[in-house]
Design a protein around this ligand. Structure first.
Ligand code: ADP
Length: 444
């Protein structure tokens, strides 16, 4: 190959050329000397090699002219690309390292900074020293699997140890590479200690808040019940003495106490979601809806509402009591916000949507302006124009939280004065075929 690239072979007489060329000066017979010349013969690069030799008892130089333009260009490109990668690695915001035979054989600036080591001290250090003792089995297991080409999580979190012995949280992503001809691990790490601490703080605050709501709701209930009880007694036993004004005041005390009790019950229900573990099981949505309707029968009849539902609803994998609450809140709202509709009607049903069931509760009542479609799911948000006496603004927030807790989502489709349709998706977790058989499907 090398010979094939030779451009020119020539022999020069030594005495003629030695004075003007420093390269050739002092080349003995049998000695070789090379020089690289750029920019000749149309910008090419040549390697000129001189070999001192004897010919006809005279010292001559065998001159070999080799065109190395392509080789140089390839080498320059490689060097440039290596420099580019080296700059990238050095300036990377993530720590980058190579672990070979359980030792650090390369670490960038950031990596050293994260573990608070001088860089030179890191080289040849055993990688296990940088891992928190409790997480060493995990990281080692993943490392071995990665090296063996077995399945292992592409990214994981584990605690690390700094030079001064502090525990830090590290997010790692690593891969198997060939380094200097042998297998190694190329790793990428991010220090997530602050994020972890913030998450922990947030978790604690949330926990405290939930406990606080729970305790407050419980403790408030008792005095409210006393107020209701005594107001009722006063109304009953002191009717004559209290007069019209007194009776009116007592009635107002009673209705305020009732509202307060309702609010506390809703707050309690809301605080329980996500705090008290749910019991998921296969339950019949049909039975749940039937029970809700039966318990609301009086209000439905009183308002002359026609309730329409299919003969079958699917069996769902859910927390029965919570799903009962979802249907109850949606149906109570449909009744409450019916307005002066001529033929009040509520439709309940379910559509089979492949991986999930889509339930709906649709009414032909007062409807909701699209600008409030998101807002109404927020805590305490109530629309002025439809504000009902017996509302707390928590009903839909409870629905939203329960549905999300089941891995689904809830939304409304409605226009003002054109009724409202509340939809919620519930994922099918098991028994796909059995469930869809029971489902009343409207979709094509
Ligand atoms: P509230 O206790 O006020 O009923 P919700 O969270 O259940 O609280 O509902 C929030 C608001 O959304 C209600 O105040 C009402 O304005 C509106 N809303 C809810 N359901 C309906 C519905 N079916 N039709 C019209 N408006 C509704």
């Amino acid at each position: 190959m090398r010979l094939a690239r030779l451009a020119l072979l020539s022999i020069e007489k030594a005495e003629k050329t030695c004075e003007d060329c420093p390269v050739k000066q002092g080349i003995h017979v049998g000695e070789t000397r090379s020089v690289e010349v750029e920019g000749i013969l149309g910008g090419k690069t040549f390697l000129i090699t001189y070999i001192g030799m004897m010919q006809d008892n005279k010292k001559v130089f065998l001159r070999i002219l080799e065109d190395i333009t392509e080789r140089r260009r390839a080498e320059d490109e490689l060097r440039e690309s290596e420099e580019k990668y080296a700059t990238l690695v050095e300036n990377s915001l993530t720590g980058i390292y190579i672990d070979q035979d359980g030792k650090i054989v390369f670490a960038n600036h950031r990596f050293a900074g994260i573990y608070r080591y001088p860089r030179e001290e890191l080289l040849e250090i055993e990688t296990w020293r940088l891992v928190h003792p409790e997480d060493r089995p995990l990281t080692n297991q993943i490392r071995l699997k990665r090296l063996a080409g077995e399945e292992a999580p592409p990214e994981y979190e584990a605690r690390g140890l700094t030079k001064d012995g502090d525990t830090i949280w590290i997010n790692r992503r690593n891969t198997r590479i060939e380094y200097k001809g042998r297998p190694a691990i190329l790793g990428n790490i991010v220090d997530i200690t602050e994020q972890k601490q913030a998450e922990e703080e947030l978790r604690k605050i949330n926990e405290e808040l939930k406990n606080f709501i729970h305790i407050v709701s419980h403790d408030l209930k008792t005095p409210i019940i006393s107020i209701q009880g005594f107001a009722a007694r006063l109304l009953k036993n002191y009717q004559e003495k209290s007069g019209d004004k007194g009776r009116n005041y007592l009635e107002r005390i009673n209705s305020s106490a009732c509202r307060m009790e309702m609010l506390i019950s809703d707050l309690l229900a809301l605080s329980k979601i996500g705090r008290v573990a749910s019991t998921f099981e296969d339950v019949s949505a049909l039975e749940i809806v039937k029970e809700v309707i039966s318990n609301l029968q009086y209000r439905i009849k009183e308002n002359g509402i026609e309730v329409v539902m299919p003969p079958g609803l699917p069996v769902i994998y859910a927390d029965q009591a919570r799903i009962y609450q979802v249907f109850e809140n949606l149906l109570v709202n449909a009744i409450k916000y019916m307005g002066n509709t001529k033929n009040p009607r509520i439709d309940i049903g379910c559509e089979d949507r492949g991986n999930f069931h889509r339930f709906y509760v649709r009414d032909n009542g007062s409807g909701i302006d699209p600008q409030y479609h998101q807002k109404i799911f927020e805590m305490f948000y109530r629309l002025k124009e439809t504000r009902a006496e017996d509302g707390t603004g928590l009903g839909l927030a409870i629905v939203d939280r329960i549905v999300r807790n089941h891995g689904g989502k809830v939304w409304v489709e409605s226009e003002k004065d054109k009724g409202a349709a509340f939809y919620f998706n519930l994922p099918k977790k098991k028994m796909e075929s059995d469930l869809s058989r029971n489902c009343h499907s409207k979709s094509p």
